[in-house]
Write a protein that binds this ligand. Sequence first.
Ligand code: ZN
Length: 274
Amino acid sequence: MSELSLWICPVCGGILTESEKFLKCPKNHSFDKARSGYVNLLPVSQKHAKLPGDNPEMVRARRDFLGKNYYQHLQNTLCQTVKTYLLPGGSLLDAGCGEGYYTKKICDSLPENAVCYGVDISKTAADFAARADKRTHYAVGSVFHLPVSDDSFAMLISVFAPYCGTEFYRVLKVGSYFIMVIPSALHLWELKQAVYDKPYENQVKDYHLENFRFLEKISCEQKIFLDNSQDIQNLFQMTPYAYRTGSQERERMQALQTLEVQTAFEILIYQKEA
Ligand SMILES: [Zn+2]
C-alpha cells in the first residue's frame, strides 16, 4: 500500500508517494528507505561535506547526554507548549531534529491523528532518530532546503538548530505556529566559568522575525548536577564552544569530576503572518 507523503522529491520537487520500502515521485525518481526507516532526501548538490552536519561522535555524545534526561525539563515544557498550540490533527515538522530526543517525546504526547516529521542533515542523527521512533517520519535533508511541500505543516519547531526564515515560511500553513528554542544568556554559565578565563554570556538576539508575529516567550530554567566526567565531556561536545576551545581549556574541562550547572532556555512562539 502506498500513500501520499508531505516529502517532496529533491530532484524535481514532485510530491513523494510512500510505500513500505521506498518513496517515489510522479516522474519515478525513487528513494529507498534505510533499514531503520529514514529516507535520504539530501541531493549531492547540497552536500557540502562527505558527512554533512554533526559527525557521529558529536551525535553519540549528544544522544548519551540527552539519554540521561538532564534536559527533561525542556522536553516536558516543549511537549506542553506544542499541545497548547497544535490544532487537532495538525502536522508537525522538527527542522534540525538531531537524534529525535525532543521529536519522539512530542510525537508520543500527541493524539494519534497528529503527523510528525523530522529532518536533519546528519545521516547518523536521522538513523538514531528513526531507530528509536517508528511513528515520526524522518529524512536526511537540509533546513535551508527542506524536502517537504509548501503550506503543509501546522507547526514547525527548531530546537538549537539553524534558522531559515524563507523555508520555514514556505512550508507552514497560514496562521500556523513556529516554535524556536534558544539558550538564554546564562545557559551553562558554570561550565564556561570552570573552563574559560573570561567567560561570556550568550547573546540573546532581538525576538523580531520577518513574516512571523511574535506571540510569547516561555522561560525554562533548572540547575542540573553532573556527577561524572564523561557526562561533562558529552555536554561540552554539544556546545558551540567545543569547536573553538584551546588545549589548556580542554584540559580544564576534562579534569572536572562533578559540575552543578545552570540550564536556561527560551521557548519562543511565533505565528505565520498571511
Ligand atoms: Zn522527482
